[in-house]
Design a protein around this ligand. Structure first.
Ligand code: FAD
Length: 518
């Protein structure tokens, strides 16, 4: 039988901790201590399997409880409760967005997982006007933000490739996609945040108000507080999108064209790219959703055995200005050095384009190929090193790209706010490179993880200056080296906002004091 609340009260031991009175709750009494908290939502203690799983499908750390918050006050009550348990409790708290982390980052072994999606739609409000914005809950999915803002003819400016991720989850990383070159990552597109810190304080922050916490939380890997609300600036939503793909066989021309496009004044609205290694019938595969400019020559094109580079671009347009868009697109395409038979395009609505990965998700789910392990590797590479990297990795370390897409596109540092917590290389242009592998069976997982390691080891030896995006490290030394000169400020901010290291334990950066005792 579980101890009663009065029994729990008898067990309270008060310990002084930096002027704060703390309560000692033995680990076995944690569930009853949580059950006694006054909440708008509720805790669940049964079947922790969903909270111990993520998109990566490679890590599973069951929590002791899942909080389904009915309000921000529930998050405050829970974190204060854990904070007051003091440093002798091992209890930690992880916000879980949509659980699309890769290596357990949104999990809390033996701790509390907060299911942020329970805080959704009742808090979303669009404010049209001269400087329009939306106030969205930290647990809101970006697809819902898009659907709501589109009702006002508005939309956020900076996106991720996939929209079934939460606002708080992507803002804790960076949020990058083909619009980043123009608008910066999602963390450069936030007016204000509401945060519950690791002390249980609710703080509204912005570049002007409590700016240190604001910048700490953006790209802060959930270390400084739980983002309960974000104010996102909006722009008039484009109606239609011309979506274009072309192929290159020469890496130098491919990257030179990408780099030219991201700095050009008149350019595309979205610029990405991907690497294709030894794939069969690539252009034939495109035909199901794209139209070839030259169907005859496209049908004769062979991709087998080759390393190819696909430049992917879009131009937004209104149906009544389609002619002007055609002209602009043709002018831009005439400056590029792609292989002519590979020019494909299609016209889709803005939402169809932004939600494109969801269509693939539905197909993969139908085949049982979505909820499988994803040993992904996401890295950032300085422009000066991208050729050395490509020469060794594409075709040598990686002999094919059959296990999943490899994204590769440049962005410019001037669009990133260097006061945030995200770590980027020290060059004006750098490349986002994502190896998005799926793996079936232990052999495949091991094989892919080995390849990832070989890529990282080579990069290390060759002094490429790689930084991991969605970083995954296990030792403090690795984290120190990841943050480099920014490690000191990261640590200072942790002490200020989450002194007991309660939050986001799954990132493996800091350990709660007693959790590290033998
Ligand atoms: P979770 O994985 O649940 O959480 C991520 C981290 O943030 C955890 O440490 C968690 O504790 C913390 N956290 C979650 N919510 C909050 C909150 N409200 N406040 C504070 N901390 C919080 N990323 C890109 O940048 N660009 C892309 O194009 C892109 N495409 C993707 C496509 C797919 C199919 C997938 C699976 C992921 C993609 N990602 C992309 C990565 C994505 O940004 C991360 O998975 C990120 O973790 C967001 O997922 P989530 O909302 O499920 O957050």
């Amino acid at each position: 039988m579980r101890p009663s609340f009065s029994h729990y009260l008898k067990l309270l031991i008060f310990v002084a901790l930096g002027g704060v009175t703390t309560t000692h709750v033995p680990q076995q009494d944690v569930p009853s201590s949580l059950e006694a908290l006054p909440l708008d939502g509720h805790f669940s203690f049964q079947d922790m399997s969903a909270a111990a799983r993520d998109f990566g499908n490679l890590s599973s750390f069951p929590p002791v409880a899942v909080l389904h918050p009915g309000s921000v006050a529930d998050i405050v009550t829970t974190i204060r409760h854990v904070f007051l348990m003091g440093e002798h409790s091992t209890l930690t708290v992880a916000a879980r967005g949509h659980g699309h982390s890769l290596y357990g980052q949104s999990q809390a072994a033996g701790g509390i997982v907060i299911s942020m999606e329970s805080l959704q739609s009742n808090r979303m409000r669009v404010h049209p006007g001269a400087s329009p914005y939306v106030d969205a809950s930290g647990g809101e999915l970006w697809i819902n933000v898009l659907q709501e803002t589109l009702k006002y003819g508005l939309a956020p400016k900076s996106w991720t490739d996939y929209l079934h991720l939460t606002v708080g989850g992507t803002l804790s990383n960076a949020g990058v996609s083909g619009q980043t070159f123009r608008h910066g990552p999602q963390i450069s597109n936030v007016n204000e945040l509401e945060i519950v810190t690791g002390r249980g304080d609710v703080i509204t922050c912005s570049p002007e108000l409590n700016s240190d916490l604001f910048h700490a939380a953006l790209g802060g890997l959930g270390q400084f507080g739980i983002i309960t609300r974000a104010r996102i600036p909006l722009e008039p939503a484009p109606k239609m999108v011309r979506w274009i793909r072309v192929l290159y066989s020469d890496f130098t021309s491919f990257t030179a064209d990408q780099e030219m496009l991201i700095v050009a004044e008149k350019t595309f609205d979205y610029i990405e790219g991907f690497v294709i290694i030894n794939r069969t019938g690539i252009l034939n595969n495109w035909r199901s959703s794209f139209n070839p400019q030259d169907p005859m020559r496209a049908s004769q094109f062979e991709s087998d055995g080759k390393v190819l580079f696909c430049l992917e671009m879009t131009k937004n347009f209104s149906p009544d200005e389609a002619d002007m868009m055609e002209q602009e697109v043709n002018t831009l395409l005439s400056q590029l050095r792609y292989m002519p038979p590979s020019l494909f395009h299609t016209d889709v609505t803005y939402i169809e384009f932004l939600d494109r990965v969801h269509s693939s998700e539905m197909k993969l789910r139908a085949k049982g190929m979505w909820e499988i392990p994803h040993p992904w590797l996401n890295i950032i590479i300085p422009r000066s090193m991208i050729h050395i990297f490509a020469q060794e990795v594409f075709g040598k370390i990686l002999k094919d790209s059959n296990s999943g897409p490899i994204l590769l596109y440049p962005v410019n540092k001037s669009r990133w706010d260097n006061r945030t917590s995200v770590v980027i290389p020290d060059e004006e242009v750098f490349y986002l490179v994502a190896f998005l592998s799926s793996a079936l069976g232990p052999h495949n997982i091991e094989h892919t993880l080995n390849l990832n390691n070989r890529i990282l080891e080579f990069s290390d030896k060759a002094g490429i200056g790689v930084k991991q995006y969605l970083p995954n490290y296990t030792t403090e030394q690795e984290w120190q080296s990841h943050f480099g000169a920014r490690w000191d400020i990261f640590q200072q901010r942790k002490k200020a906002y989450d002194p007991l290291a309660i939050l986001a334990p799954g990132q493996g950066i800091f350990q709660k004091a007693s959790a590290s005792l033998p």
